[in-house]
Design a protein around this ligand. Structure first.
Ligand code: IMP
Ligand code: MG
Length: 175
């Protein structure tokens, strides 16, 4: 286990306080990247006492097991109407950066006033794409993690904590 429920919630309190003060008197247009960010989004947004809108984008970056192919597939093509708005993109984890770079580029075409990115986790590693997060819950080593929304082959999302997947599970052949 890396971060248990109370540790995550404590960090979300801090992130929410910072976001609320950075966007004081503004209305946020939140774009959540599903599915991994579901728990994070729900717990974080309830801590932010600002007027805000929430839209979700469903993307998948198909990866052979725990590695990424770099191809980001948009399951939902429409970008929320965020023209002139202050956009905050929420995602579970910054890994290679492919997902966030693609989403960010797409959101830019909608002509927002500003775009910032907030992730629960950021892996310390060289990224394939030049992308960064403005708000980071926790920096972690370059390991495959699950729980609190994050999956391995669609499992473990409902764990109330974030943990490192056991190596022998990662190496198992596909079912
Ligand atoms: P990226 O495009 O490589 O930055 O990866 C982003 C997406 O890959 C995340 O939104 C996750 O859904 C998934 N991902 C990356 N690393 C992990 C991990 O360690 N555990 C579970 N999912 C991951
Ligand atoms: Mg995922």
């Amino acid at each position: 286990m890396l971060f248990d429920g109370p540790a995550i919630h404590k960090r979300l309190d801090e992130l929410a306080t910072q976001i609320a003060s950075d966007y004081l008197d503004r209305e946020l247009a939140v774009i959540a990247i599903l599915t991994g960010s579901l728990m994070f989004v729900s717990d974080l947004l309830r801590r932010i006492p600002l007027p805000l809108r929430l839209d979700c984008l469903s993307v998948a970056s198909y990866r052979g097991k725990a590695t990424t192919s770099g191809d980001v597939i948009f399951k939902e093509l429409a970008v929320p109407d965020v023209a002139g708005r202050d956009v905050l993109i929420l995602d579970d984890i910054l890994d290679t950066g492919n997902t966030l770079a693609s989403v960010r580029k797409r959101v830019e075409t909608a002509g927002p006033r500003s775009i910032r990115v907030c992730v629960l986790l950021s892996k310390r590693k060289q990224r394939a794409r030049d992308v960064y997060a403005d708000y980071i819950g926790f920096e972690i080593d370059d390991e495959f993690v699950v729980g609190y929304g994050l999956d391995f082959m669609e499992r473990y999302r409902n764990l109330p904590y974030v943990g490192v997947l056991r190596k022998e599970l990662l190496e198992q052949p596909n079912e």
